[in-house]
Structure formats: C-alpha cells, structure tokens
Design a protein around this ligand. Sequence first.
Ligand SMILES: [Zn+2]
Length: 223
Amino acid sequence: MVKIGYFHKKKLKKLWSFGRTKPGKTHVNQQVNTFDLFNDDTQSITVNNDNNTLIQPTSRNVTKLNLLSPSDADYQTINTKFMSHIPAATVRAIFYLEMPEYIVERHELMKKTIPVPRQTFHGTKHYCDPNRYITSKGEAKPCDNVNCGLCGIIKAGNRIDMSSSGIWSALHATTSLAYTLPTPMRVMFVLDILSDLPDNTLTPYVTQDAAAIPRFLILFQYA
Ligand SMILES: [Zn+2]
C-alpha cells in the first residue's frame, strides 16, 4: 500500500487547471499526472478530474517498462528496423512500454477516427542516467527534471504543451537521431501516431496528445 504523503494545495490547483480542456481543444480524458509533486519515490498521487478527489497510484496512471529479451519478436522487429536506419548504432536495451490507462484509452478512442497508426521514431534529450532503467530492468523511477524528455515521456507520453508546434516524429530513425543528446547513451522512442498527413510524409506531426502514444524505448550508443 502506498501512502499519500504531504500535499501542496496550490500546486494541485495549478496542475488541476492545466489538465482542463482549453477552448478549441479536445481532451478525451482529463486525468492529470502529478508525479512531479513528490521527491520521495514512494509517494505519488493523481487527480481525478471528475470529482477532484485523490486516488492512489495504480496501473492506470503509472507507466510500466518491460525490458525485452533479444530473442523476443518485438525486440527483433524494432531492432532490425532501427539498425537498418542507423547501422553504426549499438542497441543496449529495448523496452516495451505499457502506458497509463488514460493515455491508452484516449489513443484508442481517436482510432475510431483514424484507425491505422503509423510507426515513427522520436529522439529526445535526457538529463539523468538512462542506464538505471537497464540495470533495474525497468523498475527505476523517472527523474524530476522537467527538461528530461526521457522521463517526461515515460511518465506522461508525448505532450503538445512541451512543444510549440505539435508532436514531431520521423519515419526514419536517422532524422530523430539529431534530437538525441550526444552522450554515451542516447534515447529514442518508437511511437504509434494517428495522422491525416500523406503516408510518405517523412516527419509527420500531430497536434493532439491522443494522436501519439509511445510503444517502445530504445537506449543505444552512437559515437
Ligand atoms: Zn530523467
């Protein structure tokens, strides 16, 4: 049982208003992830916008990282595609991501409009040590640095409000490589995106959070 810890009302109010639907925007589910509230890894809460009550962390709001074995079919599919794009890379780990339920649900709902997702790559920066996700087999806690794309996307998926022009991703991993941090370990997500743009659009972007969902995380080296 995870206990609910100290809680700052003003901060909740800010997060609460952040999750509300803005005019002209569609939020399928307005649940807000508030893990940044706590430094203590054992304490987290979330806000249910329906009645503004606190609930405890469950599989509904916490991302599960599943470290894939190189013999796993998903590992081989993702690895083969990624390596065909960036042959000089060395893949250190591939995780299958089980995103929080509210992210899965809003994406599934949007599939009723755009039924066929396309698989894209999304390189991002990190401001913590990605190795700990490998050594802990996916059990490590995301860091609290708001600039850390690795942990931000793990926690809450790709978010429009983190970019001025929509959520960008690329059909080709080489394009996304430029958006990773040139450190010994680099970070790239594999997304499913729902886009109206032509199939051959090299860098399809989407303008709703629901349109993008992270499926895999690739940690790799590239000198
Ligand atoms: Zn981080």
